[in-house]
Design a protein around this ligand. Structure first.
Ligand code: GUN
Ligand code: FE
Length: 433
C-alpha cells in the first residue's frame, strides 16, 4: 500500500536527537510528506490538516531499526555451534552451510524464511552478507526488493583458506564474479543496493584485494567486511600480512578502508590506539555486534571509547554469530556488555546508556543510509509502531519507561505496523498475527 503523498501518525513518539538525547513526545503527531519526516508536534500544524491522521492510540512509535551487519545465509543455522570460537565455528558450521547456497532451490527456500522474518521485525534497513554465489545472491536481492525493506547486499568475495567448493579459484575469477554480479543486477532494484564484500583478510588474497580496489575505483561502491573480532583471527592476520602494522592497516594498505567510499567494519573488538585514529580519519563505520562477540568468545568491544571519539557506530545482529535477529536485543546486549567491560576491564569506561544504545540501533547505523533513523525534520520516514499492552505491569509507567521495557522485553509480536520511506510495508492482521 502506497502512503507517499502525506500522512500523520499519532501516538507516543520516541526518537534520538544525537547520541545523548532521547526525545519523548507523549500523544503527539509525526508527519510524513513524500516519504520524508516533517517533524513531531503536540498539535498538528494547519498546513498538514488535510493529511490523513492514523491514530495509533496508546502505541509507541519509534524510528525503524538498522541492522548494520548480518549474514542472510546463516539465518538457517542460528543457535547451532554456540559453544565454539570464531574460527572453529566458521569451519564447522558456517562454511558447510554457506556451500549449500550453490543450489538455487535451497537458496530460495532459506532466503525466503530470512526475508519473511526481517519483514515482520522492527528492522527497516539492513546491510547484509550473502554468499559467494551469484545466482543465490540475486535471489536474495529479488526477495528483499519485493519486501519493501531498504538494504545493501554483498556477494561475498573469498579466494583462500575456506573449504573446497566455497572458495573462488583465484583473484581474477573472484573479480570476474563480482563484475558479472554487478552487471546482472544493475538498474534492477530501487531499494536493494550492492556493496563490495571481501569476507575478511584471511579469506582474501592480496591480489583479490587489489582487484576489489580497482572495481571500487571504477564504481565508487561502498564496502563491508570484518575487523579485529577474535584473538585467534587477529594473530592469523598478522601472519598473513607481516608488513602491516595492524589488522586495520592491512585493509588500509589495500586501499579498502574508508576515505571516499563508505565502509563498514564489523566487530572492532581488539583495536590498537592507532587503529582507532585511522578509523576516525577514514570515516569508517563500526558495526558493534555484542551478542556475536559473546557467543563466539570474541571479547567486549570498547563502545564507550568509540562514542567518546565521535566515531560512527551502529549495531549488528551478526546472525548467526548472534542467534537473535533483534536489534532491540542488540541494544540491550550493548548495555549489558558495556557494563561487564566497565566492571571487569576498564573502570574508566562508563557503561553505555539507554540513550546511546537506542541511538546506535537507529540513527547511528542509519547514518550509513543518509538521513535515516530519527524523526528529526528532513529524515527519511522509517517508523515502527509497537503495541506494548501485553508487556503487563500494574503500576503507572512513563513513555520513557515503556520504551526502556520495550528494548528489553519486546519481540516481533508487539509490532503493529512498519513504514519504510513512507511506505507501509508490514501491518499485523488476523492472518499474520
Ligand atoms: N569473519 C569472517 N567470516 C565471518 C562470519 O561469517 N561471521 C563472523 N562473525 N565473523 C566472520
Ligand atoms: Fe559477521
Amino acid at each position: 500500500m502506497q502512503e507517499k503523498n502525506g500522512f500523520v501518525l499519532r501516538g507516543n513518539i520516541c526518537y534520538s536527537d544525537g547520541s545523548k538525547k532521547l526525545v519523548i513526545c507523549p500523544k503527539s503527531y509525526v508527519v510524513c510528506q513524500e516519504g520524508i519526516c516533517r517533524g513531531v508536534y503536540q498539535e498538528l500544524p494547519k498546513e498538514y490538516e488535510s493529511y490523513i491522521v492514523k491514530d495509533m492510540g496508546d502505541a509507541l512509535i519509534i524510528p525503524g531499526l538498522v541492522d548494520l551487519h548480518t549474514h542472510a545465509p546463516q539465518y538457517a543455522f542460528r543457535g547451532l555451534g554456540m559453544d565454539l570460537e570464531l574460527l572453529d565455528w566458521l569451519n564447522t558450521h558456517t562454511f558447510p552451510e554457506e556451500m549449500k547456497y550453490a543450489d538455487a532451490d535451497y537458496a530460495k527456500k532459506a532466503y525466503t524464511m530470512f526475508v519473511e522474518d526481517l519483514k515482520k521485525s522492527a528492522v527497516t534497513r539492513a546491510v547484509i552478507f550473502a554468499t559467494l554465489h551469484i545466482e543465490g545472491t540475486k535471489i536474495l536481492m529479488d526477495l528483499l526488493e519485493a519486501s519493501g525493506l531498504d538494504t545493501y547486499v554483498g556477494k561475498v568475495s573469498m579466494d583462500r583458506n575456506a573449504l573446497e567448493g566455497l572458495q573462488e579459484e583465484n583473484a581474477e575469477a573472484a573479480a570476474k564474479a563480482v563484475r558479472q554480479w554487478l552487471l546482472e543486477t544493475e538498474g534492477r532494484y530501487e531499494h536493494t543496493k550492492p556493496i563490495l564484500t571481501p569476507r575478511f583478510i584471511p579469506s582474501c588474497s592480496d591480489a583479490l584485494m587489489a582487484e576489489l580496489k580497482s572495481i571500487q575505483e571504477k564504481t565508487g561502491l561502498p564496502l563491508q567486511s570484518h575487523l579485529s573480532e577474535n584473538p585467534g583471527e587477529i594473530q592469523w592476520v598478522q601472519e598473513l600480512c607481516p608488513n602491516s602494522s595492524s589488522y586495520s592497516d592491512a585493509y588500509y594498505q589495500a586501499g579498502l578502508f574508508g576515505g571516499d567510499c563508505p565502509t563498514i567494519m564489523a566487530h572492532c573488538v581488539w583495536l590498537k590506539e592507532e587503529e582507532i585514529s585511522l578509523i576516525k580519519k577514514q570515516g569508517v563505520f563500526i558495526a558493534h555486534c555484542p551478542q556475536s562477540n559473546t557467543n563466539l568468545s570474541s571479547g567486549i568491544a570498547p563502545v564507550r571509547r568509540f562514542l567518546d571519539e565521535g566515531l560512527s557506530v551502529g549495531l549488528g545482529s551478526d546472525v548467526a554469530g548472534g542467534y537473535s535477529t533483534s536489534v532491540l536485543r542488540a541494544m540491550a546486549d550493548t548495555i549489558q556488555c558495556s557494563k561487564l567491560r566497565w566492571r571487569l576491564v576498564d573502570a574508566k569506561q562508563k557503561p553505555v546508556t539507554l540513550e546511546e544504545a537506542f541511538y546506535m540501533g537507529t540513527a547511528g547505523g542509519g547514518a550509513f543510509f543518509g538521513k535515516v533513523g530519527s524523526f528529526l525534520e528532513g529524515y527519511e520516514f522509517d517508523a515502527v509502531v509497537f503495541d506494548d499492552s501485553e508487556l503487563l505491569h500494574p503500576q503507572e509507567l512513563s513513555v520513557r519507561e515503556r520504551l526502556e521495557r520495550l528494548i528489553y522485553l519486546a519481540d516481533d509480536r508487539q509490532i503493529k505496523s512498519k513504514f519504510v520511506k513512507g511506505n507501509l510495508i508490514y501491518e499485523k492482521n488476523e492472518k499474520n498475527s
